[in-house]
Design a protein around this ligand. Structure first.
Ligand code: PLP
Length: 381
């Protein structure tokens, strides 16, 4: 047996406290006992979303909450602007098209953030735009989009701003009320340190109003019926009871660490990882607007990133993430999200250096590790 290190951007490692909470004996979901658990989870989510409004919990993967946002807020034919800078931007696009929306796409080169002025121009050219859809952290390209600046364009009577925050909520501060984000979505298997299976969606007041006026067909993902039920302690359909137990435990861990410390930890791990791969002479995938959730970098010319990843997994027990689509084989992504810390960064970088040596790629053992250590030392008293 070889010890496994799950350093992917989702699913992510699960703390023992969360595992144990999920092992709790099953209870019925239409009981005061479950209502209390659900209420604890609902309240615990609000600081993460930076909202005083309800955050709705669905039993689905993160994409379910993305679909819920589209289905509840737009009618077929509505015009929306979609920022597409990677696999998840593409997902917004496909959901919007599936719902018959009139999509104005802003294509963004992979590894770069959208220009705020490009969104501004798209809105000026399409005054009937009902919504803007974007990722906060585009996980596939390890890039952060300027959500706060875009919210400044859409708030106060502009189109609704729907933000896929799946590798942003719990990683960096995403105060939706303060910034004027209308819809913020995340899933359980990234920063929330849970298994896959829960999706979360928060709505602004004006987004809730819009749900009453729009006409896309919806059933399971009906936000209003969930809102009524969840406020009274029950979900419309059978909830993922064990995952909600785990959620309460995960939220407690985050509260105990303190959200500011959680965000600072992610920022530090990200800076350390970037410093390490840069010290190894590798080119960052997203040098200008990197995500604090994961770091992508190009493998040396002529080498095969996927072969390196296979080697890391099979011989070293280390799971990192691959490049997608046209970056397949050219890029590797190291995640630093959720239940991860300084020594996960060290493990990832050290293993990468050893795999480079094994593949006869240029590397000085320890050089990347030392660069990471320099930054990770910041957190030591
Ligand atoms: C993981 C992820 C999702 C959700 O994917 P699911 O597989 O449906 O959970 C959505 N957006 C981003 C940016 C992600 O990283």
């Amino acid at each position: 047996m070889i010890k496994q290190y799950l350093l992917s951007p989702g699913p992510t490692p699960i703390p023992n406290e969360v595992q144990l909470a999920m092992a709790r004996t099953m209870i019925h979901h239409r009981t005061p006992e479950f209502a209390a658990v659900l209420e604890e989870a609902r309240q615990g989510l609000k600081p993460l979303f930076g909202t005083a409004n309800d955050v709705i919990i669905f039993a689905s993967s993160g994409t379910g909450a993305m679909e819920a946002g589209v289905a509840n807020l737009f009618s077929p034919g509505d015009k929306v602007v979609v920022v597409n800078g990677g696999k998840f931007g593409e997902r917004w696009l496909r959901i919007c098209r599936a719902y018959g929306l009139d999509v104005v796409e802003i294509p963004v080169e992979w590894g770069t953030a959208v220009e705020v002025s490009a969104v501004e121009r798209a809105l000026q050219a399409n005054l009937d735009t009902k919504g803007v859809l974007i990722q906060a952290s585009e996980t596939s390209t390890t890039t952060l989009h300027p959500v706060r600046e875009i919210a400044a364009l859409t708030r106060d009577g502009g189109p609704l701003l729907l933000v896929d925050g799946v590798t942003a909520v719990g990683v960096l501060s995403m105060p939706m009320d303060e910034w004027g984000i209308d819809v913020l979505v995340t899933g359980s298997q990234k920063a929330l340190m849970l298994p896959p299976g829960l999706a979360f969606i928060g709505l602004s007041d004006r987004a809730w109003q819009r749900t009453a006026e729009t006409g896309s067909p919806r059933f399971y993902f009906d936000l209003n019926s969930e809102r009524k039920g969840q406020a009274k302690g029950s979900t419309a359909y059978t909830p993922a009871v064990s995952l909600v137990f785990g959620l309460c435990a995960a939220l407690k861990l985050m509260r105990e660490e303190g959200l500011e410390r959680v965000y600072a930890r992610h920022d530090r791990m990200a800076r350390a990882t970037r410093a390490a791969v840069s010290a190894m002479g590798l080119k960052l995938l997203s040098p200008d607007n990197p995500s604090p959730a994961a770091t992508g970098f190009y493998v040396p010319d002529g080498s095969d990133g996927d072969a390196l990843l296979d080697y890391l997994r099979a011989h070293m027990g280390i799971t990192l993430a691959e490049g997608q689509d046209h970056l397949s084989g050219k890029v590797i992504r190291i995640a630093h999200v959720g239940h991860m810390g300084a020594f996960d960064v060290i493990v990832a970088v050290s293993a990468l250096e050893m795999a480079f040596r094994k593949f006869d790629l240029p590397v000085t053992l320890g050089k990347g590790v030392a660069a990471a250590q320099d930054i990770l030392m910041e957190a030591l008293d």
